[in-house]
Design a protein around this ligand. Structure first.
Ligand code: HEC
Length: 143
């Protein structure tokens, strides 16, 4: 009887613990690399948007939404880590399997890209998280 009681309270304790961590973990993970206030973006996201337009859009399409040649990055960033995204940008990637001839160029020596990896990531992450609609964003810190 005593044993059963403590087993049950043990389960309750574990349940409580799981409940707490499941609340706490998303809160900790919820630390986005972008700031958006009233639909307006910080200077980093804005810069990322511009760099994306200069270096990535011709393959990945407007707003990161993908093209017939290169993947939809708003989708890719849902399953790739920040490190994986940056690694792919720096080293590029070739997909020559199954008769494919798709090439993601390496941007490791392109200063306009490697110096702003955080900004490009922030922009794409905001798009991927559904926090930023398509099109040219407005900046909130206009200075
Ligand atoms: C010349 C065309 C081209 C340009 C320019 C280009 N990419 Fe790519 N990118 C590709 C292709 C093609 C792939 C898919 C390669 C594969 O199938 O493995 C890809 C893959 C990626 C991936 C991995 C996606 C996934 O789901 O695994 C990321 C992230 C990425 N590109 C980001 C960028 C960023 C950011 C830029 C601009 C700095 C950029 N790309 C510029 C063609 C391009």
């Amino acid at each position: 009887m005593v044993l059963r009681f403590s087993a049950r309270s043990g389960v309750a304790a574990i349940g409580f613990f799981v409940l707490c961590t499941s609340i706490a973990v998303p809160a900790r993970a919820d630390n986005p690399p972008y700031n958006i206030k009233d639909g307006k973006v910080d200077i980093h996201v804005y810069n990322g948007y511009r760099r994306y337009g200069d270096s990535c859009m011709r393959c990945h399409g407007p707003d990161g939404a993908g093209s017939s040649y290169a993947p939809d990055l708003t989708n890719s960033l849902k399953h790739l880590s920040e490190d994986q995204v940056k690694e792919t940008i720096i080293n590029g990637r070739q997909n020559l399997a199954n008769g494919q001839d798709k090439v993601m160029p390496s941007f490791g020596t392109v200063a306009d890209v490697v110096n702003y990896l955080d900004d490009i990531y922030a922009y794409l992450k905001a798009r991927s998280d559904g926090k930023l609609p398509r099109g040219r964003p407005e900046r909130y810190d206009d200075n």
